[in-house]
Design a protein around this ligand. Sequence first.
Ligand code: TXA
Ligand code: MG
Length: 324
Amino acid sequence: MKTEVLRVNSKTREFLDCAAELIKRGEIVAFPTETVYGLGADALNQSAVAKIFVAKNRPANNPLIVHIAKISDLKKLVKGITPLAKVLIKKFWPGPLTLVFKKKAVVPDIVTGGLDSVAVRMPANKIALEFIKRAGPIAAPSANISGSPSPTTANHVFGDMNGRIPMILDGGSTKIGIESTVLDLTSNPPQILRPGKVTFEQLKTVIPDLLIAKVIPGKEVRSPGMLYKHYSPKAKVILANKENIKELVSFYKNKKVAIIAKQKHGIKEAFLYKTNKELAKNLFEKFRDFDEKKVDVIIVEAVKETGLGLGIMNRLKKAAKETI
Ligand code: TXA
Ligand code: MG
């Protein structure tokens, strides 16, 4: 299959119609969101959604997020839109917050991995919203091969999906760089299943008894995605506290080392940043860049687990083979 990459801008809006046409025919299309690129299918078409799992090599029990562009679609998909849900929607949609509700029967089991709940979000990206308006609701995971870093450019999607999907809508680099926060509203109190750009602190102002779900060995998890190894580049990622970096650098002196930190620590292949926002935006891209440069080891300086730092550390812990 040939994979077409279409750059969408104000002069090429007809590309959105082409993409919507493909979705209506049961095909899959990659598209930008404000977080990472998604790989979309008609959420109500089982055989179309099945193509996503094949293209990504994704385990069938890991459910997908359904993307919508209008609130009337939410009402068609879910039961129990509580007053709290309405407050969250008003405050954070469109935006990087995914909400988990009890599902209605129209949502096929293949979308939810057999769960009786469904995750929904309205992305804050113009191209995504225009595309979803034409073809939605759209079920979409991140548009990477399962286990590799989520794509933040159309080029990353092409690298993973060339020959596996018919079309990529290119909207440039994504703004945020890590995936949305996933909040389970079916449990009482609500729980964060995946931290992201909308922070624990922000949600806590609306949900005073908010919890963060943890993986407890031997106990069932609320979100299958919590169990999978994710976001891994081919290089070995080591998550290190600042005071351990010097020793690590000397230990790996005969290897090709890259570093993601606030200072270079004498390493040539370095991504230096000032803010967590900058780190989130570039993290997955740097993982892919360093792999292209055939780096053996990526040392990443740990950040404080507050604000956006909680979401960043969640991704780093999953990517890391070692934490010191
Ligand atoms: O920012 C994002 O969320 C991106 C863009 C494309 O929207 N999407 C994304 O999708 O990251 P994905 O499939 O890579 O991650 C979805 C996460 C997984 O951890 C999955 O287990 C969880 O959401 N999830 C989906 N439906 C769920 C449900 N019904 N109950 C619990 N967890 C669910
Ligand atoms: Mg993903």
